[in-house]
Structures are given as structure tokens and as C-alpha cells.
Ligand binder design. Structure first.
Ligand code: PMP
Length: 355
């Protein structure tokens, strides 16, 4: 058995994988594969409707918001957000808390002025900047809720005088949020929601259509809303697997229950990193992520040997991002706490053997 700590595409629940595999052969008794049915069939329309309804239910999405399943990953949203929201001569505010935030703000510069309200770049993004002001004349304020590479997470969202746009790619559905605090939320599915190939967008309708710009259809939120995420052929299979995963979250007790599980997993792991003299954490204590736990070894020469031990125990995907080094244990929703215990035991075993 493998313990999948990969950062993304990440672990999906076993039952979701089994159901998905069955649907590839015979989808809901239709005698057809989910891969070969029309996206306009009533069977697929029911899948999409259910996926939208589950997003609304799990996040208690208020009236006046649209839920979209798009393509192009979060990286397309980096451009689509300013394309739709940042008019010529206007300014957008960004919090630079990591490389993904940096990529997002670079795209915005194609459309207007960008004000970086704060950055932790000088500290290799080991903390989330605080104590900044969001300009009241900005078209929107963009934040990244969880910085996948550095293992930092916004535990408290700032109050924004302008619509807040949030990249939730690596912590979507991992905790309770108040959708009404946001103008737009987006997330690539491939960590907590489903497979790669679909991107969730939750957008407040009233922030759209405020600027004068011709926008190509595929990149126009209004067109996508009018088309019900079916302006073109949607990623049928990715939406289907996402719908199953959302149902799995619901069956687990929803995002509040999942959040408690995630806190328990991360607490156990950080406690061992703190306790074990061979390891040390990377991120500032108050900003530590419940999704991506980054740590290094006191003696970097030991890293190879520890990786080997992990490999022997079926622990996969734990090597840190090249810009941080060391290790990154991604403990997304579907990762059971038993896998975290296996990792903790490996850390203890390593310390015992090498003391
Ligand atoms: N934002 C964050 C926070 C991410 O972690 C990632 C991918 N790891 C991206 C954006 C880019 O997502 P995609 O590959 O879906 O474009």
C-alpha cells in the first residue's frame, strides 16, 4: 500500500477511484463509458447539476453567486481574473505570498496597474505578510489562501474594501469559509476536489460586466455563466470525478468535519517535526499550512537516507519543491491519518537508527 503525500495531482479517496473506474466501463448502467457519452445527454447534465449543487451546499454559497467548472487550470484564472475585472487605467492589488501569487500578478500586469500590497519574497515566502493596506480604489484584491510550495496558509482572511479574489487551489474544501467575503474564488481541482483538467470558479455575479473590454468567449465569465459551464465541451470525466469527491466530502460530514481531520493530521505531524531532533519546520509557526507540511533536516546530508526509508515504507511524493528543499508532506482531504502515522513512525525510526 502506498501513502500518497504528493502535492498535486494529489490523493483521491479510494471509493471515488473505484466508482470512477467502473464508470469508465459502464456509466450508471447506460452501457456506455463516461468517456463516450454526450455532454448534452441528460445523464451528464445530471452530473454537472449535482456537482454545482454540492459546491453550493458544502460552502453554503449565497444567492447572487455562480458556480463554474472551467478548463485551463488555475493558471488560466491568473489571466481570466484581470481580463474580466481590471479595466484599462485601473489598478489591482495583490498579496505576494509565493510563486503562484507572483505568477498571478504578472498576468494582471498585461491588463492594468498592479499594486503589490506586501511581499515575503525576501524571506523565500516562509511567512504570510500582514499589516498592509488594501487600496480602496483597486478593482479587486487578490490573495492565495494556501501556498503549496512553502507550506504557509492564510488562517484569517483580511477584510477587504474591494472585492477579494482568492486562489484556493491547494486548500479548497479543506475548511469552512464564508463565500460572501469573496468576489471570486478559483481552484484547480487536482488537490482536494478531483483530477486535473477542471477548475472551479465561484463568482459574485455583480462584479462582472463592470469594465469596457471585448473578451474572447472562452475567457469571459459571463459567457461561461450563460452557457452553464457548457459553452464548449466541458471536461466530462474530470467533472464526474469531482462530483464523486464532493459527495465523499459530504458523506464525511462536510467541510467542517474534514477541517477537524485536517487539523488533527497537521498537528500530529508538526508535533513530531518539533520534537524530533533530526527535523525542523520551514514555515513561520502562526502561518503553517494544514495542507502542505514543509520540513528540512538539521543535517541535509541525511535527506537522501530518509527519502530511501520513506520509499521502503511506501511513502511517496514527499520530496520538497526544489525552491525550498527538504520535504513536503501534502496531507490533503483524502489522505487518512493512518498515513500520517506511518510517516511519523518513519521519522522516529530514522532518529532511533542514527542517534
Ligand atoms: N495556484 C496554486 C496555489 C497552486 O498550488 C497551483 C498548482 N500547484 C496553481 C495555482 C497552478 O494550478 P494549475 O496547474 O491548475 O494551473
Amino acid at each position: 500500500m502506498k501513502h500518497n503525500f504528493g502535492a498535486g495531482p494529489g490523493i483521491l479517496p479510494q471509493e471515488v477511484l473505484k466508482q470512477s473506474a467502473e464508470a469508465v466501463i459502464n456509466f450508471n448502467g447506460t452501457g456506455l463509458s463516461i468517456l463516450e457519452i454526450s455532454h448534452r445527454s441528460k445523464e451528464f447534465e445530471a452530473v454537472l447539476d449535482e456537482a454545482v449543487a454540492l459546491v453550493k451546499e458544502l460552502f453554503e454559497v449565497p444567492e447572487g453567486y455562480s458556480v463554474l467548472f472551467l478548463q485551463g487550470g488555475a493558471s488560466t484564472q491568473f489571466a481570466m481574473v484581470p481580463y474580466n475585472l481590471l479595466g484599462d487605467g485601473q489598478k489591482a492589488a495583490y498579496l505576494e505570498s509565493g510563486v503562484w501569487a507572483n505568477k498571478a500578478l504578472k498576468e494582471a500586469k498585461f491588463f492594468g496597474e498592479v499594486a503589490v500590497v506586501a511581499s515575503s519574497k525576501e524571506a523565500n515566502f516562509t511567512f504570510i505578510p500582514k499589516d498592509y493596506e488594501i487600496p480602496a480604489d483597486a478593482a479587486y484584491f487578490h490573495v492565495t489562501s494556501n501556498n503549496t510550495i512553502y507550506g504557509t496558509q492564510l488562517h484569517q482572511f483580511p477584510k477587504s474594501p474591494v472585492p477579494m479574489v482568492c486562489d484556493m487551489s491547494s486548500d479548497i474544501f479543506s475548511r469552512k469559509i464564508n463565500v460572501a467575503d469573496f468576489g471570486l474564488i478559483y481552484a484547480g481541482a487536482q488537490k482536494n476536489m478531483g483530477p486535473a483538467g477542471v477548475t472551479l470558479v465561484i463568482v459574485k455575479n455583480e462584479i462582472l460586466g463592470q469594465i469596457e473590454r471585448k473578451i474572447p468567449a472562452m475567457l469571459n465569465y459571463k459567457v461561461q455563466i450563460e452557457g452553464g459551464s457548457m459553452y464548449n465541451t466541458p471536461p466530462v470525466f474530470a467533472i464526474y470525478v469531482s462530483m464523486l469527491t464532493l459527495n465523499w466530502i459530504k458523506a464525511k460530514g462536510g467541510v467542517e468535519a474534514i477541517e477537524q481531520d485536517n487539523i488533527a493530521k497537521s498537528r500530529a505531524l508538526y508535533a513530531e517535526i518539533e520534537r524530533n531532533p533530526f527535523f525542523k519546520p520551514v514555515a513561520a509557526t502562526e502561518d503553517r499550512s494544514h495542507m502542505n507540511v514543509c520540513f528540512v533536516m538539521e543535517n541535509p546530508d541525511n535527506e537522501k537516507a530518509f527519502l530511501k526509508l520513506c520509499d521502503e515504507k511506501g511513502i511517496v511524493g514527499i520530496k520538497g519543491h526544489r525552491s525550498v528543499g527538504g520535504f513536503r508532506a501534502s496531507i490533503y482531504n483524502a489522505l487518512p491519518i493512518t498515513s500520517v502515522h506511518v510517516l511519523i513512525e518513519a521519522m522516529q525510526e530514522f532518529a532511533e537508527k542514527n542517534k
